[in-house]
Every structure is written in structure tokens, then in C-alpha cells.
Design a protein around this ligand. Sequence first.
Ligand SMILES: CC(C)(COP(=O)(O)OP(=O)(O)OC[C@H]1O[C@@H](n2cnc3c(N)ncnc32)[C@H](O)[C@@H]1OP(=O)(O)O)[C@@H](O)C(=O)NCCC(=O)NCCS
Length: 149
Amino acid sequence: MPPLTVHEADSLERKALTRWMNPRRFTAAKAARNEYYFIARIDRFIFGCVKIIEWKDKPNYDGFWLYDLIVKNYCRGFGIGEALCRRAIEKTQSLQHNYLSLLVHESNIRARTLYEKVGFQTTVIPELQTELQKKSGTDNLIIMRIHFH
Ligand SMILES: CC(C)(COP(=O)(O)OP(=O)(O)OC[C@H]1O[C@@H](n2cnc3c(N)ncnc32)[C@H](O)[C@@H]1OP(=O)(O)O)[C@@H](O)C(=O)NCCC(=O)NCCS
């Protein structure tokens, strides 16, 4: 069987992602951000993805943010999510950034455990708290961040 690879998506692979994920989320407002996508694939089949975005027009969202980490249901628990996260972290470091941040729902224990495993810690950005409370509903959104220096 061909090996699983985790790598930065090229333009064709990004198109494949649009077929898998909600297309609007992958095409909107590109000019407003600097973004990189990573995919886990075996042969031509994609099993998971994640992206990092540096917003250019969002106050209080400094640096890169990790979004849309997802692994196909039937492939969970085999280290793919962790490999994707580590690849996103490596890329952020290679771009000379000092930290990578993300938002996760408080109830998402699987994701939070994974993020903690690779080095993220819960943090607070006071300027974002009101906005996050509005977005969260009953399931709090929390901020996690990994520092490299
Ligand atoms: C969260 C998600 C990406 C994890 O992907 P995965 O490939 O199953 O995770 P991995 O196999 O790489 O697991 C790595 C670590 O995550 C944690 N983890 C994974 N599944 C877990 C579970 N069911 N319960 C608790 N911790 C879990 C563990 O620390 C695990 O390390 P270990 O195997 O040494 O214990 C996957 O469950 C998913 O796609 N969930 C739905 C989308 C989502 O919630 N994304 C996050 C949005 S913020």
C-alpha cells in the first residue's frame, strides 16, 4: 500500500479540498489573508486537512491561526490529526513566527487533548473575549496558543 503523506497542498489538491469541504470556506476573501493548507493523503485519497491563516484585516488576531483541522471519521485515532498539527506548527516556525493560535470549543475534548499533546496551552486575549462569547453560544470557545521562543 502507498504510504500516508502529510504535506502542503498544491493548487490541484486545494481544488480537491473544495470538493470535500464547504467550498465557500476555502474560496472566500483570499486577498484578506496569507494562508497555507496541509493534507494527509494516501495515493489520491485525502484523509485529513488543516490550514493556517495570517489575517491581514482582523484586529486582535495577530500571527498565524490554525483552522479546520479535520480527519475523516473512519481514520481517526491513527495519528493523522497529530501529524497535520505538527506540520502546521513546523510551517509557522519556518515563517519566523513566534506563536500559532487557534480557537476550540471547550467541549471538544478530543481536539483539546490533541492540541495539548503537541504543545498548545489555553490562553486569554482580553480584547477577544466579548467577540468569542457572542460566537460561542452555550459551548465556550477557548483560545489555545503555542509559543516557539
Ligand atoms: C480532533 C481530530 C482532528 C483528531 O484527529 P485524529 O487523527 O483522530 O487524532 P490522532 O490519532 O492524531 O490523536 C492524537 C492525540 O489526540 C488525542 N486524541 C485523539 N482522539 C482522542 C479521543 N477520542 N479522546 C481523547 N483524546 C484524543 C490524544 O492525545 C492522541 O494522542 P494519543 O494517541 O497518544 O493518545 C479528529 O477527531 C476530528 O477530525 N474531529 C472532528 C473535527 C474537529 O473537532 N476538529 C477540531 C476543530 S478545533
